[in-house]
Design a protein around this ligand. Structure first.
Ligand code: MV4
Length: 446
């Protein structure tokens, strides 16, 4: 058993990890920036170390500062949470080099999935369906033109190999747009990722984003824990996630689950992770990316399969075996991200002091949040201040419980996404389950 885990993160996920460590009898070390000194994760942990100034690069992204905190507190493991250093292969390597267990995958696994062309090549070899496209890097505009016209077919999408999460993508509908898109995609990739490598794929129109949760142990056992539907996104920011997907069938789950297991097995994946797929209207599915971390939306899976994913992640890091059997949804769960943003004003961030807070409760309601009355939301980090998760026997009941819980939620002092979620829960297209990743492009606040 680990004696002491350092949580290299902040906010709700730091709390989430501390809670599971407590249950397992593991001591915890919080690290925090000067902007987070009054944060709950600092108070909940057994020990806390200030690691620097507010900016990410000076604190939660600063590897020397975090390693120093692990050293002085004698931590024997590090949990990276999500974001920050969670998918940083160098950090995983440095932890290993210092005899500190990184609760997550090895540097090789992170690197293999971090480069999108390498990841796709790995998936093709493993027999996982991928979107047809250029295969490797685009070498020239002429080659791109030839590929789009004679092999892939318009519309196409250009993506950065070092990218992910939608940054620097360009959709091209016809040849006349290709030159400009090629040049801007390359320039953006160079500026954002210091790597101007781009590749081409057939553009899948109006897809659903459905991802499969997987877990793998150190002995080659891999299982899946069914899907999450993350199609309700705005500018690549997920706002609502649910499991099971309203679009799922038993047959599709069987196929996507098997593909996800193939994908994770191809890199001998160790830890919990997620295989993201695009699913078209004919229920064809294509590998998009693998996330080699615990995700924000892991809670919906926890609720439907009745399983603590952080506990599983820690047990895998300790060298325990997983059973190898798959997990299927027994319930329906929905998560609404509560962000300090103004949904009436283009979701502009709204940091500041929470003057009043009443958190919902009751049957089927879970709130994962680090905020309290008087808490000041700092402007330096992402704007998520909590996750509201509801669970029920059916999707309809989970939505009704969500509407009721959202109605109970009172947050004053800052603007939040609660009014958006209240309207979404009453929206006919959302309630019917008939929506794609384009849904929020046309959704208007009343
Ligand atoms: C695509 C696509 C259509 N066709 N690739 C967006 C995030 C990044 N991981 C990949 N993304 C997309 N890739 C092909 N070949 C459409 C998207 C996409 C999207 C995907 C998931 C959820 C929301 C999205 C919103 C816009 C575009």
């Amino acid at each position: 058993m680990f004696k002491k885990v350092l949580i290299a993160n902040r906010g709700e996920i730091a709390l989430r990890v501390i809670r599971t460590c407590r249950e397992m009898g593991i001591k915890t070390v919080a690290v925090y920036s000067t902007a987070d000194k009054d944060s709950l994760h600092v108070r909940f942990a057994d020990e806390a170390v200030c690691i620097g100034k507010p900016a990410g690069v000076d604190s939660y992204l600063n590897i020397p500062h975090i390693m120093a905190a692990a050293e002085i507190t004698n931590a024997d493991a590090v949990h990276p949470g999500y974001g920050f250093l969670a998918e940083n292969a160098k950090f995983s390597q440095i932890c290993a080099d210092h005899g500190i267990k990184f609760i997550g995958p090895t540097p090789d696994m992170i690197n293999n999935m971090g480069d999108k062309i390498t990841a796709k090549e790995t998936m093709i070899k493993a027999g996982v369906p991928v979107v047809p496209g250029s295969g490797g890097l685009l070498e020239s505009l002429e080659q791109a033109k030839d590929l789009a016209k004679n092999h892939v077919g318009y519309p196409v999408i250009l993506k950065a190999t070092a990218g992910g999460g939608g940054k620097g993508m360009r959709v091209v509908w016809e040849e006349s747009e290709l030159e400009r898109a090629y040049n801007t995609a390359k320039a953006e990739a160079a500026a954002s990722f210091k790597n101007d490598g781009i590749y081409m794929e057939k553009f899948v129109e109006e897809p659903r984003h459905i991802e499969i949760q997987v877990a793998g142990d150190q002995y080659g056992n891999v299982c899946h824990l069914s899907e999450r539907d993350c199609s309700i996104q705005r500018r690549h920011q997920k706002l609502v996630e649910e499991s099971p997907s309203p679009f799922m069938t038993d047959e599709l789950r069987e196929k996507m689950g098997a593909a996800a297991i193939k994908a994770a097995s191809a890199i001998n994946y160790e830890s919990v992770g997620t295989i993201e797929f695009l699913v078209d209207k004919h229920r064809n599915f294509y590998f998009m990316e693998m996330n080699t971390r615990i995700q924000v939306e892991h809670c919906v899976t926890e609720e439907v399969v009745n399983f603590d994913l952080i506990k599983e992640q820690i047990k895998i890091a300790l060298g325990e075996k997983i059973s190898g059997k798959n997990y299927f949804p027994q319930m329906h769960a929905i998560e609404c991200r509560i962000n300090a943003e103004d949904p009436y004003n283009d979701f502009r961030p709204s940091p500041g002091k929470i003057t009043t807070l009443h958190t919902p409760g009751g049957h089927g309601v879970r709130v994962d949040s680090h905020v309290y009355t008087g808490y000041v939301i700092p402007p330096y980090y992402d704007s998520m201040i909590g996750k509201l998760i509801t669970v029920a026997q059916t999707r309809e009941e989970a939505i009704d419980t969500m509407y009721r819980a959202l109605s109970e939620y009172v947050i004053e002092g800052v603007k939040t996404t609660i009014p958006f979620h209240l309207q979404l829960m009453k929206n006919e297209d959302f309630r019917s389950g008939n929506f794609t990743t384009k849904f929020l492009e046309t959704f208007k606040m009343q």
